[in-house]
Design a protein around this ligand. Structure first.
Ligand code: PAF
Length: 293
């Protein structure tokens, strides 16, 4: 595994791979790697000949300087975690390789970014879209791997690749969970022991709510029950708890097409997100076959 910090050095290497007819996969990350990221690396190894993991803590996607400052920087342990995975390159660009002097371009995606995390984190998805476009171009990737835990991000990146005619295929990979169901996130480490015990309520309540909706309970009633259950479990303030269409992320009040439940919720000063699919409800038929007299 080579560690590369300059895009010119990366380009030299990707060009040799290209000449040999090899395909390239990329896993973009901001470091603080956990099993969720490593599952993306596994998927990339299976899907492409060469694998690049990028590690760049992107200042443009943070809403507050404080949050950016507190973000864990664990370059050495990240590199050590990647060692057994047999990747080709860990690309850790210097800031000026991404945002050189005079950089003045922002990619802004409308629609998909308006609700959910976009509503509470203004400018976040502009920062994500801009850096992801740069990383896909710098790595010359055929495929890029993103986790479904950040489902809105995944849809934003898909839109970006389609709208800008990028050649990279965007691959969504399932959320990896702890044994008790909590979605893996670097933020989980910031929970104290009591909060860590409470946190699996998120997935439990989402699962029950998805099931209730699938069985025909009205969406507003199911969401109200979910709010009560989360409060009873000791969870904190809810940023959003929505049923939204998949993949357009439009708000839904009836489960009449494929959808997902999305949540962002506070616990112990930590904001946690998760989502689960909800298949379209099957209307319960009251028709009975008529028996001949
Ligand atoms: O999901 C992340 O870690 C980041 O948003 C990403 C995709 C690496 C862009 O900075």
């Amino acid at each position: 595994m080579k560690i590369i910090r300059r895009k010119a050095d990366l380009r030299e290497l990707t060009e040799t791979w290209r000449r040999a007819g090899e395909s390239i996969g990329v896993v973009p990350t901001m470091g603080a790697l956990h099993a969720g990221h490593l599952s993306l690396v596994d998927a990339a190894r299976e899907g492409t000949d060469r694998v690049i993991v990028t590690l760049f803590v992107n200042p443009r996607q943070f809403n507050s300087p404080q949050d950016l400052e507190n973000y864990p920087r664990t370059e050495e342990s990240d590199a050590a975690k990647l060692m057994p995975y047999g990747i080709d390159v860990l690309y850790i660009p210097e800031p000026e390789e991404i945002y050189p002097e005079g950089f003045a371009t922002t990619i802004s995606i409308t629609g998909l970014t308006e609700g959910l995390c976009g509503a509470t984190r203004p400018g976040h998805f502009d920062g994500v879209a801009t850096v992801v476009a740069k990383l896909l171009l710098q790595t010359d990737a055929d495929r890029a791997y993103f986790g479904e835990k950040d489902y809105q991000q995944l849809q934003v990146v898909r839109r970006l690749a389609t709208d800008l005619d990028l050649k990279t295929r965007i691959i969504g990979c399932p959320t990896i969970r702890e044994e008790d169901g909590l979605a893996m996130s670097s933020r989980n480490l910031r929970l104290d022991a009591a909060a860590r015990d409470t946190a699996p309520a998120i997935r439990r309540v989402l699962t029950d709510t998805a099931h209730a909706i699938e069985c025909g309970i009205a969406v507003p009633a199911a969401l109200a029950a979910a709010r009560e259950a989360l409060a009873a479990a000791g969870m904190g303030e809810i940023d959003y708890l929505d049923l939204r269409g998949d993949p357009d992320l439009q708000l839904m009040t009836e489960a009449n097409r494929p959808a997902r439940l999305f949540i962002a919720i506070w616990l112990d000063g930590v904001r946690l997100i998760d989502n689960l699919p909800v298949p379209a409800t099957q209307p319960i038929s009251t028709d009975r076959p008529v028996q001949p007299a």
